[in-house]
Every structure is written in C-alpha cells, then in structure tokens.
Ligand binder design. Sequence first.
Ligand SMILES: C[S@@+](CC[C@H](N)C(=O)[O-])C[C@H]1O[C@@H](n2cnc3c(N)ncnc32)[C@H](O)[C@@H]1O
Length: 303
Amino acid sequence: MKLKRKAKAAGAGPTPPFRPNEETLPPEVRPGQSVELLKQLHILTRDAKLNQDSRRKLKQVYHLFQFIEGLLQELPPPSADHPAGPLVADHGAGKSYLGFITYDLHLKALGRGTIYGIETRSELVESSRALAQRLGFERMKFLNLSVAESTGLEALPARFDMVTALHACDTATDDAIHFGLQKSARFMVLVPCCQAELAAGLRQNKALQLARTPLAELWRHPLHTRELGSQLTNVLRCLYLESQGYSVTVTELVGWEHSMKNELILARFTGHRKHSAGQRLKALLQEFALEPLLATRYPALAG
Ligand SMILES: C[S@@+](CC[C@H](N)C(=O)[O-])C[C@H]1O[C@@H](n2cnc3c(N)ncnc32)[C@H](O)[C@@H]1O
C-alpha cells in the first residue's frame, strides 16, 4: 500500500485514459459525434487520430451515410399511426458500423426512431449489443436471426421506413427486398454482394443454351457465368422493385472502388407498380431458362 502511494506521488501511477477535446480532434470528426464509437470502429486510433487508411474509410462511411440521411430527411413527421419512426432494418449488419454511424449522426439528435441490426453471427450481435449499451444508444436493437427469419417475426413492427443491406451475402439481399416489400418500406438502400444462386441456374442450362442461342456465349466461360449471374441478379432485382411500386436508381458507391461490389441500388416507394417491369422480368427468366426462380425469388409476380 505504502509503495503504491509513493509511486503515485512520484507520478508513476497508471496512465489516465486519453480524453481528446474538440480542438485536438481531426476536422473530419463532426461536432457531437461519438469519439468512442469511431475508436471502436477502428476509424480513430486510441489517441483519437486519423491515419491515411482510416481517413479514407471515414470518407466512405460518410458518403454512404449522406444517401441515407437524405432519404431519412424526406420522411414525414411522426403521426398517430407511426409515432416511433424512423424505423430502419439493417440486414446482414456485420459489425453494424452503418447502423451505428446512422444512429450517432442522425437518430441520436432526432430523439426518436430505432435501428434494428439483423445478423446471423451471434458474436457480432453480442458485441454490437455491448457497444450500443456502452454508448447509451438505446434505440439500437440487434437480432441474431437470418433476414428470412426476421421477415416473419411477429415481435418486429409491421411497417419499416427503410431497409438497408450493405454487402449482405448471396441471397440475403433478395431476402432483404422481400422483407422491405412485406414491411412496406419507403426506401431500400442495397449494396449487393456476390450472388451464386442465379449463376448456378445458368451453369445448369449452359450446354442447352449454347446450342440454342449465340447469346449463351455471354456465360460460356466460368468467370463470365459468375459475372453475368451477378449482373443479371441485380437487373432482376431492379425490375422486381419497379414492378412492386418502387422507382429505382442504380449508381456507384464512390469510394468503394477497391471493392468489386460497389453497385448501390436505391429504391423509393412511389406506389406506381410498373406492369411492364414485371413482364420484362418474366421474359428474362424465360430467355435464360431460369423460370423456377419466379416462385422463390419474385413471389409477388408468380401465379
Ligand atoms: C460482408 S458482411 C457485411 C457486413 C456489413 N453490412 C458491412 O457492410 O460492413 C455480410 C454479413 O452478413 C451476414 N449474413 C449473411 N447472410 C445473412 C443472412 N441470410 N441473414 C442475416 N445476416 C446474414 C454475415 O454474417 C456477415 O456478417
């Protein structure tokens, strides 16, 4: 005990945690933004600095957030039948950095609204819950479920304002679209990941299609099968959304150019169901001999 006290007096005690003030923070950190969150996301170093890599990462996060914020600002004010909005579902949330940034920069000051992170990896759900608790982000919820399971979950609200799915693996983006349709989402913000289901269908019919049409040259080589599969998947997703009353913008997620998967699909509910889009979707499925997908992936157009 004596020894400890002596050491303290000599200034040799444990180093107090570094507490940055507004002036020492990099200019990229916005007023009121949680420094603790940025550290946890490995954007700020432990002594609250930005390095070259994390500066780029923060720029990317802001870029995506800017789309989301613009859409959230379009939402009508709370009403009697929707008092607790905005409600956001982030599918395939991973470490939930998108949800955390959206909460920190928008929902926190707004004082209402909830973000639900849906993720199959339990350790990520646990760590996100712990971080939200530590930061006092009480309107962030995390569910250890698949996107498909969450769609039927009665405990979730019947209506959501926004669905996001950033690099949610394989068909999780399709499940997120299904979720959004079931929940009458006003907006869907989708950055698809690789999708293998459709390429598998193309592969199956390859020999037959090569004999039938020169167009099958587009997916004769395995690499092209994968690429065309991805491209076609996103084209069908857009047509499906349009057929269900959404206007769709497809753009590049600038700043993500190092990633092969930088296609951003923004869907906005207009209520105008484009019949021709549904027809086109069916025609494409037929052309590529992928009709079985109609019932499983585009059920609203089946029957
Ligand atoms: C590539 S990570 C992206 C994470 C995060 N959205 C991001 O952009 O940083 C994909 C995440 O989706 C999760 N995932 C994959 N399929 C899923 C499904 N069907 N339902 C829910 N989560 C899923 C994975 O566990 C993984 O954490």
